[in-house]
Design a protein around this ligand. Sequence first.
Ligand code: ADP
Ligand code: MG
Length: 234
Amino acid sequence: MNKLIEFKNVSKEYKTGALVVKAANQLNFSIDKGELVVILGPSGSGKSTLLNLLGGLDKVSSGEIIIDGENISNFSDKELTQYRANEIGFIFQFYNLIPNLTACENIEIINDVIDKKIDGTEVLTQVGLSEHVNKFPSELSGGEQQRVSIARAISKKPKMLLCDEPTGALDSNTGKLIIELLINLCETENTTVIIVTHNSEFAKVADKVIHIKNGSVESIEIHETPESIDAINW
Ligand code: ADP
Ligand code: MG
């Protein structure tokens, strides 16, 4: 296996007035290329903080985050912008689509900031939305909107997909289809997929589960043979 991500003693403090919250406390773990990883922990345990640090949306207070041998903790704002634009696909609970752009336009808007040129229709077809290319987000169901956001995230062939509670706003059947899509992308494209959730059922399908509690890694579980999507009780 080939290591893609390494967290070395990563901490993040948030100061609000006199109060200091240690949202990440000495995190140590590594993730291989092509792994499907679930970050599991209760609300407020620091999962989103971890994902935002990894995705370059926020900066560490101390420690190092090594991606493909490069320490992104030392990146300038400009380097972080490039890193986010070219290497990372983000998927959020509430999709974050632009309401006055069609599904296709929501994807192709990225062509302004990256070097590759993306064909929105092609990636929407890949996630089963070929008939919805010209629809606006408000004309799509929650599951369809999340598929647009996945199409947008995978369109630039990122090194990793970072998913923050990707099924949190979906019913169980639709959520299952979304997780299935993420598992397939992991297998067919060898994309590293990281799913943050408080739902322990998702852990079953992961290659690796990182348990987070109070900003710290509580334990790391490795599954040599992860279960299939049908094992999940919704
Ligand atoms: P989770 O995603 O597991 O619910 P978060 O990473 O969002 O947890 O939050 C971890 C802790 O850090 C919480 O106590 C939260 O209130 C705090 N926190 C997160 N972001 C900020 C911020 N921008 N400013 C102040 N406190 C924050
Ligand atoms: Mg969160």
